[in-house]
Design a protein around this ligand. Sequence first.
Ligand code: SF4
Length: 273
Amino acid sequence: MQQLRMIEERLNQQPDKQLSLTDPDARSMATSGRGTGMVGYNVQAAVDTKHHLIAAHEVTNVGHDRTQLSNIAFKAQEAMQENTLGVVADRGYFKGPEILACEQAGIETYVPKPMTSNSKAEGRYSKLDFIYLAQDNEYQCPAGQRLTYRHSTREEGMKIDVYWTSACKTCPQKMQCTTGKERRVRRWEHEDVLDAMQRRLDSTPGKMKERRCTVEHVFGTLKFWMGSTHFLMKSLPHVGTEMSLHVLAYNLRRVVNILGVAETIKAIRLVGA
Ligand code: SF4
């Protein structure tokens, strides 16, 4: 009990209230299973769709991917020396400011929206059922009413505009729409960037399959090589170095597969010259 109390004390001193006794830098990582987690690291990788080479990678101990998109996309942009780039990522990377940062740097993003709408889950209209009319800065609802701009709020540093209509009170579709006094629709000030991305995703339905076949192939291969325990090192800098070696080995093998041994050696000599 005494030992556990000491651990509790140490745990409470941690800024993120997490304490890993095996590896001090390891943190709880969100997994796809609901309510499950795994203590470890978060490896980010940008893989090129043509050759399946790892253009950029990074090891973090942040337990989710929401704040990682622009960081790894910028690294890939720099490594590939491309001013314009298309980046495909899964729903876990969806975060407005991250997508905006990419767009502003000339990186075209393809990130599907997470399905977190309570209304839709409860059988009511979701935000997708409301059409934004840019010329009037209003939303049109499924009953054909116009939701006008009312006020703005700030959430996590983002300016959010709020829209509603007083027609909700007498609306025959109210039960399918809201449990409140009126249905309110919220719009981020840069939401046009997200709308444009959604239109790109809708017009290129194969993009997410392309992502799966690209990055999952690389992660599958690396995990297979690493074995079931994955990292052998402890602490963030050492795990980072271990991962860099894996990436170097992976890319070398890929290049040898693509160019052959003789051409690879020639290319390495050219780079070194
Ligand atoms: S409840 Fe309001 S927002 Fe919803 S459909 Fe009716 S009028 Fe439109």
